[in-house]
Ligand binder design. Structure first.
Ligand code: IPM
Ligand code: MG
Length: 353
């Protein structure tokens, strides 16, 4: 198969981790007889420097014209003082909205080799950590009106029934393919938007009688994720709650550097990115963990290109990397062999072959 992939290297550690993921894709292409063409796209701080805009229309168009988009990370201290609507992150938000990718899937699964890297007690980890956060990605407070007037600032949180319903259905369908438990997370004791969320979730539940739906307030959920993560199968939640809970969930699996994500909308053209940021403090030092990005590339193969065997090959190669005792700095522990970003990619590629 031939696939055209838009590649956004971005800022900070973005270029290093994306290079490793592309080399892994090339290895897969050679081995399985595919052709992957790459189109470079500027987005984030680097695009601000080049064009004065974090995502010029021409760059967005390259993404919309592709079969899928692979993204490293954007942002950094250098652009902290630019106005809010021109920040590097704004490029990412415009990309997500422009692609219409409303459904963000963030797995929180512990690799058995990394059980020691979890900050949770062994007795909790041993009960199992394997859940998915389905995060609404193009609505809510991220996309409501933002304004500052004098000494007062406002950010508007808006959801319509149809926006809730489409992500709610993805939550149910995701749970249906797994352990059939869906937890809808909101703040219905305070927010109108959450009361609407809860109402819509219960209305559509009738279409999924095989899935058990529960409700949880977001503050309680934050607590339950560290108290007993084994209770969760699929969590569905709005944009900002999903942002916060997915960082928390990643940490209990050992490192945010290990977690990929997929973002999909109505078409097969998806956006694939690790959930971590651009980590400017370690950028250019060959210290970053490229596994979250490599796993994101595997998700692209699985969900957008229907290449499950190839995706399995990448995931198995990562498992073999960990089995052999290799660790990047973020997941390093006693008795293991520490490797940098490049070497990590090389070993994973060798394991694929
Ligand atoms: C994420 C990030 C982004 C978000 C930032 C960089 C805008 O934290 O993907 O989780 O808040 O969605
Ligand atoms: Mg985040």
């Amino acid at each position: 198969m031939t696939k055209n992939i838009a590649v956004i290297r971005g800022d900070g550690i973005g270029p290093e981790i994306v290079s490793e993921a592309i080399s892994v894709l090339d290895t897969v292409a050679d081995l399985y007889g595919h052709t992957f063409n790459y189109t470079e796209v500027d987005m984030g701080g680097c695009a601000i420097d080049k064009y004065g805009d974090p995502l010029p229309e021409s760059e967005l168009k390259k993404c919309l014209d592709s079969d899928s988009v692979l993204l490293g990370a954007v942002g950094g201290n250098k652009w902290n003082d630019v106005p809010g609507n021109m920040r590097p992150e704004k490029g990412l938000l415009r990309l997500r909205a422009g692609m219409g990718v409303y459904s963000n899937n963030r797995p929180a699964k512990i690799w058995h080799q990394l059980a020691d890297a979890s900050p949770l007690k062994k007795s909790i980890v041993d009960k199992g950590i394997d859940f998915i956060i389905v995060r609404e990605l193009i609505g809510g407070i991220y996309f409501g009106e933002h304004k500052t007037e004098g000494d007062t600032a406002t950010d508007l949180l808006v959801y319509s029934e149809s926006e809730i319903e489409r992500i709610g259905r993805i939550g149910f369908e995701t749970a249906r393919k797994r352990r059939k438990k869906l937890c809808s997370v909101e703040k219905s004791n305070v927010l109108d938007s959450s009361r609407l969320w809860k109402k819509v979730m219960h209305r559509i539940a009738a279409d999924y009688p095989d899935v058990e739906l529960s409700d949880m307030l977001v503050d309680n959920c934050a607590m339950q994720i560290v108290k007993d993560p084994s209770q969760f199968d699929v969590i569905v939640t709005e944009n900002m709650f999903g942002d916060i809970l997915s960082d928390e969930a990643s940490q209990i699996t050992g490192s945010i550097g290990m977690i990929p994500s997929s973002s999909l909308g109505a078409s097969d053209c998806g956006l694939y990115e690790p959930i971590h940021g651009s980590a400017p403090d370690i950028a250019g030092k060959d210290k970053a963990n490229p596994i979250g990005t490599i796993l994101s590339a595997a998700m692209m193969l699985r969900f957008s290109f229907d290449m499950a065997i190839e995706a399995d090959a990448i995931e198995n190669a990562i498992s073999a990397f960990l089995d052999a005792g290799y660790r990047t700095a973020d997941i390093m522990s006693d008795g293991m062999t520490q490797v940098g970003c490049k070497r990590c990619g090389e070993i994973i590629r060798a394991n694929i072959k």
